[in-house]
Design a protein around this ligand. Structure first.
Ligand SMILES: O=C(O)/C=C/C(=O)CC(=O)CC(=O)O
Ligand code: CA
Ligand code: MG
Length: 336
């Protein structure tokens, strides 16, 4: 697939990807009002679906109301469901392909639709009403469990049977790049007999992949495991910042609270499951023990996505890679 918009050879945003995001101009305005646009990334550019919609394109998406690109957020598109997501993607891929002149040959419209990524500020992709953070990595659960209870009791007895998670604070989700403030909280120093209130000295990062849920269910109506994927719009990277010293003292028995609710960062581009389809693969087998039938999924249901973490310490100008992994290693992908 080739676009008339240049895509550098190693770029993560070719025409096959087209992740969705929400943005505004760093200075001034983007083409037309409104101020905040919905669109996709292509190479080093962003494509405004909002402007295309105002110009008469992207108007006949199945199950989608016509103002889906007008509200400066992805909620309306996500709620419309997979037929609308596929139709929008197909229309954008057609309009942006090198064999198609409809957009390419309208320079005045093109100038309002296509913008350099460096000229826009990325915002949160959607209003996030709620989120659940799952504990799906066996290695991470073993490491954190060992830190809190010792290696012999690291994995709790429920862990291999169900997706363990906690509810986070949706209002503390911020986009990647925003500054984060070290939290204060109550901690119990080693060998002390009483807690103290202090800045956290054990701020930790977590490399996670988060899913945006689109249509959802009516309260009380279950979604089966087989049907669950129809609700997943796409994936982003997530850093669930954690203050381990605060968490360790507060979290028994009701789970993480202030140790984890002060900042959670997500990457701004939502990569759709359609774009990930060529990378679909099998997760580690869940056979020892086998999970209950209501949780069993047909294979393969995860994706081969390389994940790394680089850290640049204060005062250094070079990053060090501290983590190399892959989404396919997660034991329970259903428990994102
Ligand atoms: O194993 C425990 O007792 C507690 C574990 C956690 O709270 C782990 C954690 O940080 C959850 C997460 O990964 O977000
Ligand atoms: Ca987490
Ligand atoms: Mg976590």
């Amino acid at each position: 697939m080739e676009s008339f918009i240049e895509v550098p050879p190693d770029c993560d945003f070719p025409l096959e990807n087209l992740p969705w995001g929400v943005f505004k101009a760093r200075t001034g305005a983007i083409g037309d009002s409104p101020e905040v646009h919905v669109g996709v990334a292509l190479g080093q550019h962003v494509i405004s679906a909002t402007t295309l919609h105002v110009a008469g394109y992207l108007r006949d998406l199945p199950e989608a109301d016509t103002r889906v690109f007008a509200k400066g957020r992805l909620n309306e598109l996500m709620a419309a469901g997979r037929p609308a997501w596929r139709a929008a993607r197909a229309t954008l891929q057609r309009l942006l392909s090198s064999s198609e002149g409809e957009l390419r040959d309208q320079p005045e419209l093109l100038a309002r639709v296509v913008h350099k990524q460096e000229d826009v500020e990325m915002l949160l992709p959607a209003r996030i009403g709620d989120y659940t953070d799952f504990y799906a990595s066996r290695q991470h659960a073993t490491n954190v469990g060992a830190m809190f209870r010792g290696l012999a009791n690291a994995l709790n007895p429920n862990w291999l049977h169900l997706p363990v998670g906690y509810h986070g604070r949706a209002s503390s989700i911020i986009p990647a790049g925003a500054s984060v403030r070290r939290p204060w909280g109550q901690v119990m120093p080693a060998n002390a007999s009483a807690p103290v209130f202090s800045p956290s000295s054990q701020v930790d990062f977590e490399l996670e992949v988060a899913a945006f849920v689109g249509p959802g269910n009516a309260l009380g109506e279950p979604i089966t495991v087989a049907g669950a994927w129809d609700h997943v719009f796409g994936l982003v990277l997530m850093n669930d910042w954690s203050a381990r010293d605060i968490q360790k003292w507060e979290y028994v028995p009701l789970g993480p609270f202030n140790g984890k609710n002060w900042a959670t960062q997500i990457s701004p581009w939502v990569v759709t499951l359609e774009a990930l389809e060529p990378f679909r693969c099998s997760p580690p087998p869940q056979i020892d023990p086998e999970v209950l039938p209501y949780l069993r999924e047909a294979l393969p249901y995860t994706y081969d996505v390389e994940l790394t973490v680089d850290i640049t310490p204060a005062g250094y100008d070079r990053a060090t890679t501290v983590t190399r992994s892959n989404l396919k290693h997660l034991y329970g992908i259903r428990g994102f």
